[in-house]
Design a protein around this ligand. Structure first.
Ligand code: HEM
Length: 543
């Protein structure tokens, strides 16, 4: 029998159906061909890299039970015990793999080496992207600076940069106002044991919102209710879910429940309303400052774009980036100061020596900048408890990192396209080869250039990275440090003792979400200062 296409087409199906099928088959073959071609090119690149750099895979993972179930159980126990970060460190130490990589079978590299981190964040910036984070965070953060890569990220960074520059110099009054309200609240409830941690979370939500939106929830002064309360709760809930999803790596989408989507919607509606009100109040071409002379991030941003969706997304991104990070810094600072009364006293002396304090006034930005010991305390807290302790990037092309490959972990390490590189700043900040034998101790004076004890930290470079580095360095760090400094100074001026409420034997427990907080809060006993100067009370009364 002879097969004739024309006969076949007229007998079996109309000609156009056959043409369509043939078209799909051809397209499929083309895709397979391209895919094979890509795989071959990747293999060739890999081979060239291996022969040129002698790079190797990271050390092999060691576990005893199938599917690494022994590690899973260990992780679960560590999470319950509030020591998940220490557990991550031990897995990295043993294997060179992140825990997610272990469980999900994904390949990748984990590192706490300054050279590798510099490579990922700076020298090879174009070779790495955010990976699964973009899609994971999108339901809450939309398309904003925190979820974007490449050109869209560059556009966002350019859009937001001038606002951050202005915020640095012009938002002091807003910060001051919110912190003074916070102090009134702490003073009113300072009898007995006070947990400062939840108060710091409320404070930083208020300060960041004041600067971004020009309005706050005023959660320090009043009992928050209605839409504001919904928003605050939904924002916390949505962030919590993002962190849980993040732990699943590429399988983040498995956790996508109704509560999560509802929280995201509440946050969007709340911020949308603020944006729409601001758009209605601001005509094109208007000055970026409010008639009151106050600088509001949103008003300034509106002078660049009136796209409601862009404004909403970028604001939520900055709010998320700025709020919990600063709250954790404050909480760990007071936890450590309460554990180290001699350091607390030295810092209090510096706060009480300020000319403004002696004259009965409030600290000024210039005075804060000049406080050397306070600067060292903040550096040391962020060393031991960097607010973002673990982070990751994903390789956009096959490449190598300087170290971590081979059985001894000393060769350059091969990173294939699509693989994750986890970097653990928490572990790096506790390395004895960088910080000396007392790397685990709280010793702010290690940052004093005149201090001869321990290694000289002048050239620590990429070995110290609380605010990230390279093109994606945190743009809010000056704002965060000013806010934290002012809060610390005013608390120390207002209370002559801040003692820890937990027994000395209590084991430190941590909660890891997107940031690392204390699982037991920051419980302290506060002893009010002897009467402050009359003018200071007058200054405070303005709030
Ligand atoms: C102690 C306080 C803070 C710490 C430790 C901190 C730390 C960081 C870190 C580690 C990153 C890099 C994240 C990554 O690329 O994966 C980052 C990014 C960022 N931070 Fe901060 N931050 C703090 C406060 C703030 C504040 C107060 C703001 C804003 C008001 C802010 C705004 C941002 C933004 C917008 C980014 C994204 C930058 C980009 O991707 O280009 N941060 N921060």
């Amino acid at each position: 029998m002879v097969w004739d296409f024309r006969v076949l087409s007229s007998q079996i199906a109309p000609r156009w159906v056959l043409l369509l099928v043939l078209g799909f088959v051809a397209l499929g073959l083309l895709h397979i061909h391209r895919w094979l071609d890509r795989v071959q090119r990747e293999k060739r690149l890999e081979a060239t890299l291996i022969s040129d750099t002698r790079c190797q895979d990271p050390p092999r993972l060691r576990y005893r039970w199938p599917l690494a179930l022994d590690l899973l159980i260990e992780a679960f126990k560590a999470d319950q015990a509030g020591s998940i970060l220490q557990f991550f460190l031990s897995v990295v130490d043993r294997t060179g793999h992140t825990f997610e990589q272990v469980l999900l079978g994904a390949r990748g590299v984990d590192t706490n080496d300054p050279k590798n981190i510099e490579s990922v964040l700076s020298t090879q910036f174009e070779n790495f992207g955010l990976g699964a984070r973009s899609a994971n965070f999108r339901p809450l953060l939309g398309h904003g600076i925190f979820t974007q890569d490449g050109e869209p990220w560059r556009t966002s960074r350019e859009l937001l940069r001038p606002q951050f520059m202005q915020t640095r110099s012009k938002s002091f009054t807003d910060i001051q106002e919110q912190i003074e309200k916070f102090l009134i609240n702490v003073k009113a409830s300072s009898a007995g044991v006070v947990d400062l941690q939840p108060l710091f979370f409320r404070l930083t939500l208020d300060t960041t919102m004041a600067v971004l939106f020009g309005k706050t929830l005023d959660s320090m002064k009043t009992k928050v209710s209605g839409d504001e309360a919904f928003f605050a709760r939904a924002f916390d809930q949505a962030q919590h879910e993002l962190a849980r999803r993040g732990r699943l790596g590429d399988l983040y989408w498995l956790l996508d429940g109704f509560t999560f989507r509802r929280s995201c919607r509440i946050v969007h509606e709340f911020v949308d309303k603020i944006v729409v009100d601001a758009l209605n109040e601001t005509r094109p071409g208007m000055a970026s400052e409010e008639p009151t002379g106050r600088y509001v991030f949103l008003t300034a941003l509106i002078s660049k774009t009136r796209d409601q969706r862009v404004l909403r997304d970028q604001l939520i991104n900055v709010l998320l980036a700025g709020r919990d990070t600063t709250a954790c810094l404050l909480s760990w600072t007071f936890t450590l100061l309460a554990r180290h009364p001699e350091i607390q006293q030295r810092l209090r002396n510096e706060c009480e020596d300020l000319p403004s304090f002696r004259e009965g006034g409030l600290p000024t930005p210039a005075e804060i900048k000049g406080m050397k010991f306070l600067g060292h305390v903040l550096q040391e807290v962020l060393r031991l408890f960097p607010s973002v302790p673990v982070n990751s990037r994903s390789a956009l092309k096959t490449t190598t990192l300087p170290t971590g490959g081979g059985p001894d972990g000393l060769s350059p390490v091969l990173v294939r396209k699509g693989e994750a590189v986890g970097y653990c700043v928490y572990a790096m900040h506790r390395r004895k080869d960088i910080y000396g034998d007392d790397a685990e101790s709280f010793r702010p004076s290690r940052w004093d250039p005149d201090n001869k004890e321990g290694p000289d930290l002048k050239g620590v470079g990429w070995g110290y990275l609380p605010f990230n580095g390279g093109p994606r360095v945190c743009p809010g760090q000056d704002f965060a440090l000013l806010e934290a400094s002012y809060t610390i100074i005013r608390l120390l001026q207002s209370f002559r003792h801040i003692e820890k409420a937990e027994p000395s034997t209590a084991k430190e427990r941590q909660t890891l979400t997107l940031v690392v907080a204390s699982a037991t809060g920051c419980k302290v006993i506060l002893t009010p200062a002897l009467l402050e100067g009359g003018t200071l009370r007058e200054a405070e009364a303005r709030f």
